[in-house]
Ligand binder design. Structure first.
Ligand code: FAD
Ligand code: NAP
Ligand code: SF4
Length: 671
């Protein structure tokens, strides 16, 4: 067997899990949609059939005031049971097991009725919570137990009690947020009474043969978090109170340390779970940035944990476990940690999906059924849009010829993958490369598609996915060889000096600044990365942070934009702050409201407001957006064949790979 430790069953006494894979909790947005539970059932059913050992649902509130948002899902009344049964039946039919996560958001609730141990506002929500009365504390404990009991009635195999990431239970545990002077506050023993009372109340209500997972915050990554000794003490008490599994929680949502973004090294926090291994007997789950069977196997085989939790990897590929079991990990569509279609959607109140797998959470809506009208299709360009179209169209039975002018597939992903912290983008290219082979797409590298090619071979339709070209700026002195564009820099066609000005501060401007200041990617060096973000593996202070993070500025960089708005405003909702922090660590000068005048031997002449300045830089790198590569569109249309445009060639503005891949998939579904 390829991954013997990962695929080994886990005996919980009263029940067995078929392997060590836990699908971590994710809110999809379907929970609140009309008819969403049927779609949710299809979503979970595919993951159960795909081999997951234990699924955990998105967070469900135990009462109204604990909801994360005003219309968030809650399980408190018997009439709410039936819709959950649609989900549990579907999962059981597919041979899976599923726990419902109970989540009370406390002061993270996004509504004015939020409740918390004390009246302390969180830095990431606009509402100040009310402090719970002792009666409300007792009622909330009962609500947890009642919700768990209803979950049992709905057919769930267990519940996960969300005790980490800074939600209500975490708020009780920490003196940072618990300022109470009654029996629920003060000493650590008093502060942990709340989670322990919840677990005991649930166990009393549901009996012995029901899984209780407790998600324990093992590393808070905020000031005044728990000390390591306190984490151990609570873990032991939870074990005694009857939990079946302890899952790892890393970092409160308000922590200023990335915990799941693509730049976090794979398995970067497994050492935290490992620290607890010798302290308790109950199975422990390692989490965060585990995205391949290889890293998951390593974590279990090396004794760092008994199970691994992966969440987003199951948006990217429902068949992850089955493919691992069949020794086909090269066919797994790997989660690249971008957050663009999952968490960024959730935070914008949109349905979650996946950049690399547009079917995620659309299982009943996007399907690639065999065609009854087979066509021969020419595709121009093997970037994300062209690759996605080709493999999905070929999977339906179309005959697809994919032309790529360059010597490799991937388009601009070949540039993205060179950015420190974006190494995961390699995996998407590897995935599509293998899918192209699997579905027998006729790939022609180093071959430009034009009208002449179309005259030599017979095609029924043409798909143009020729992408974008960098925007050129025609300003005085910009024809100097010291003024270059981002593609030349990333392809290492030019040498860049110590002092650099970057024109344009969109996603690519930020990435370019990062590329120029970080010579060796810290993402590939976990210990260096932990130091960069001030995380202390020795756990000497409460919360696990060090006093000083380590930074080494290496170049003098100016990142410029014309707009006067905040730098990086258009970056991902959940990742923009990380990009800004990295550039601050490297002391990049960020300037807004800039107009560009000329470049000469003195440097780049700019105006900020009415004030003229010269930035004495060695190079200027243009990151000023892109334009559609439409040079061959008219020529293609003139052939008389039906022509379709997808990805950057269709619309360059606000293009990202999420749109490019989705457009490719949607066209493949309908052609
Ligand atoms: P492209 O990727 O531009 O691909 C077009 C392909 O067509 C190319 O391979 C080209 O060689 C080929 N071609 C052109 N003409 C012909 C012809 N006549 N015949 C044959 N082949 C032809 N997006 C994100 O979503 N998230 C990110 O984090 C992200 N980071 C990025 C970082 C960098 C540094 C860069 C440069 C881009 C990044 N992007 C990111 C953007 C993303 O890569 C693009 O949105 C995406 O690649 C667009 O896909 P596409 O298929 O439309 O075009
Ligand atoms: P972009 O986000 O549109 O940014 C272009 C930048 O160039 C802006 O800062 C713009 O700011 C400036 N600009 C535009 N026209 C200009 C002109 N004529 N003269 C001077 N400056 C000009 O585009 P991008 O950075 O090229 O990125 C392309 C796409 O790739 C993005 O849409 C993004 O979605 C995707 N991407 C995403 C990520 C990610 O992390 N999610 C990373 C990289 C790329 P001003 O107009 O204010 O000067
Ligand atoms: Fe992973 Fe990005 Fe897909 Fe989210 S959108 S699941 S982070 S690949």
């Amino acid at each position: 067997m390829s991954f013997p430790h990962l695929l080994e069953p886990l005996d919980l006494g009263f029940t067995q899990l078929k392997n060590r894979v836990l699908m971590g909790s994710m809110h999809t947005g379907l929970e609140e949609e009309k008819g969403g539970f049927e779609k949710l059932a299809a979503f979970y059913k595919e993951r159960a059939a795909g081999g997951v050992g234990l699924i955990v649902t998105g967070g469900i509130a135990p009462n109204m005031r604990g909801r994360l948002a005003p219309h968030a899902c809650q399980l408190s009344f018997p009439w709410q049971v039936s819709k959950h049964k649609i989900v549990t039946d579907a999962v059981h039919e597919a041979g899976g097991k599923i726990c419902m996560q109970i989540l009370h958001a406390g002061r993270y609730s996004y509504h004015p009725f939020s409740l918390a141990p004390s009246k302390v506002k969180s830095p990431i929500t606009p509402f100040t919570p009310s402090a719970m009365s002792a009666r409300q504390v007792n009622n909330t404990i009962k609500d947890y137990a009642s919700s768990a009991n209803l979950a049992r009635k709905a057919g769930y195999d267990g519940v996960e009690v969300m005790g980490s990431e800074g939600y209500l239970i975490n708020q009780f545990i920490s003196s940072r947020t618990n300022k109470r002077t009654d029996e629920w506050g003060g000493s650590y023993q008093n502060r942990v009474k709340f989670p322990l009372a919840i677990v005991k109340a649930i166990r009393d209500k549901v009996g012995k043969d029901f899984i209780i997972v407790f998600r324990l915050s093992m590393l808070d990554l905020v000031d005044n978090g728990s000390t390591w000794d306190e984490v151990v003490e609570l873990a032991k008490s939870l074990e005694a109170a009857g939990v079946s599994i302890i899952n790892t929680g890393i970092g409160w949502h308000e922590a200023r340390v990335p915990t799941i973004a693509t730049s976090v090294p794979r398995g970067a926090f497994a050492w935290v779970t490992q620290r607890l291994k010798t302290e308790v007997k109950v199975p422990l789950v390692a989490t965060n940035r585990i995205n391949t069977p290889e890293i998951a196997e390593h974590i279990i085989a090396s004794g760092q944990a008994d199970m691994v939790s992966m969440a987003r990897p199951f948006l990217a590929d429902a068949e992850f476990v089955n493919k691992a079991a069949a020794n086909q990990s090269e066919l797994i569509n790997t989660c690249i940690g971008c957050n663009q279609a999952c968490l960024d959607h959730t935070f914008s109140m949109k349905r979650a999906t996946c950049l690399v797998n547009p079917r995620a959470c659309y299982e009943t809506e996007i399907n690639f059924v065999p065609t009854t009208n087979k066509k021969r299709i020419a595709v121009m360009g093997a970037g994300p849009a062209g690759m996605a179209f080709s493999v999905y169209a070929a999977s339906r039975g179309h005959e697809v010829v994919l032309f790529e002018a360059k010597s490799e597939v991937g388009g601009q992903f070949n540039l993205a993958r060179k950015i420190p912290g974006k190494e995961e983008f390699n995996e998407t290219i590897r995935y599509f490369t293998n899918q192209i082979k699997l579905h027998k797409v006729d790939l022609r590298l180093n071959t430009k598609l034009d009208a002449a090619v179309l005259k030599q071979e017979k095609f029924d339709e043409v798909v143009i996915s020729s992408g974008v070209v960098p925007r050129d700026l025609k300003l005085a002195g910009f024809d100097d060889p010291r003024v270059v564009n981002y593609q030349q820099v990333l392809n290492r066609e030019v040498e860049i000096g110590q002092k650099v000005a970057l024109i344009g501060a969109g996603g690519i401007g930020f990435d370019m600044a990062h590329f120029l200041c970080e010579k060796e990617s810290s993402t590939l060096q976990p210990d260096k990365w932990l130091k960069q973000w001030g995380i202390d593996k020795e756990y000497q202070q409460a919360g696990g942070l060090t006093d000083e993070a380590e930074h080494h500025p290496s170049r003098e960089i100016y990142l410029l934009q014309r707009k006067t708005s905040k730098m990086g405003k258009g970056l991902g909702k959940t990742t923009g702050w990380i990009h800004r922090s990295v550039l601050k660590q490297h002391e990049v000068n960020m300037m807004t409201g800039v107009s560009y005048e000329k470049f000469d031997n003195e440097g780049l002449h700019i105006k900020v407001g009415e004030e003229s300045q010269v930035l004495a830089v060695d190079n200027v790198v243009l990151c000023a957006g892109q334009e559609s590569n439409r040079s061959l569109v008219d020529e293609m249309k003139a052939t008389g064949l039906p022509v379709h445009l997808i990805g950057g060639v269709d619309v360059a503005a606000e293009l990202d790979a999420k749109r490019a891949i989705r457009q490719g998939a949607e066209l493949a579904m309908s052609i």
